[in-house]
Design a protein around this ligand. Structure first.
Ligand code: GRF
Length: 193
């Protein structure tokens, strides 16, 4: 079998999606890719602690130049954004064109774009009276939450839902969806390289 794709997960905060990916790796559900590096845009975040718990190398890169250097130095092939709040520079997107994934807690192309992150997304969905929301995994391009969607899970919006209750229902689905999609994506990349 060819070598698994070398994955970097980019984070800025809590890292529950990171943990779901690392759990999948530990359980052997991620075989065509391997997370070898976790890069945070900020020091001191919980995601970095989670990475260390799984013995994964970590870096903090505030500037996009440092991020790109860290990715290149570690010979990263696939980049997964998991709660990464910075806008990737055009250089990073160009260097990894078609090889960067993101997870977003809504049914893109709706409720995405600059400023649509975290509780803002769920507040907007509840306020609009939507009957459904969910999560989307998409390929990253130069614009926020914009590249092609490759997988979605839908969840109902219940009467009486708040942004918090809706976020929690969606997060459970994110944790199931993202590791699966990463495995499928890496499988394609392994065959493509
Ligand atoms: C998730 O809702 C994800 O969809 C969004 O940011 C949140 C990150 O949560 N991009 P966590 O850091 O993985 O817990």
């Amino acid at each position: 079998m060819p070598d698994p794709q070398r994955i970097a997960v980019l984070v800025s905060g809590g890292g529950s999606n990171l943990e779901a990916i690392l759990e999948a790796q530990k359980a052997g559900r991620l075989s065509h890719g391997r997370v070898v590096l976790v890069i945070s845009s900020r020091a001191g975040v919980k995601a970095l602690e989670r990475a260390k718990k799984f013995d994964i190398e970590t870096r903090v890169a505030e500037k996009q130049e440092d991020l790109l250097k860290a990715l290149r130095d570690a010979r990263i092939q696939v980049v997964c954004l998991a709660g990464y709040l910075k806008h990737l520079s055009n250089e990073v997107v160009a260097a990894y064109r078609g090889r960067i994934l993101n997870i977003h807690p809504a049914l893109l192309p709706q409720y995405g774009g600059a400023g649509m992150y975290g509780h803002f997304v769920h507040e907007a969905v509840v306020k609009a009276g939507e009957k459904e929301s969910g999560c989307s995994v998409h390929v990253v391009d130069e614009e926020f939450d914009h590249g092609p969607v490759i997988a979605q899970t839908r969840v109902p919006v219940m009467p009486g839902d708040t942004a918090e209750t809706l976020a929690a229902r969606i997060l459970v689905e994110e944790h199931k969806l993202y590791p699966k999609v990463i495995e499928e994506f890496c499988k394609k990349m392994v065959n493509h390289d």
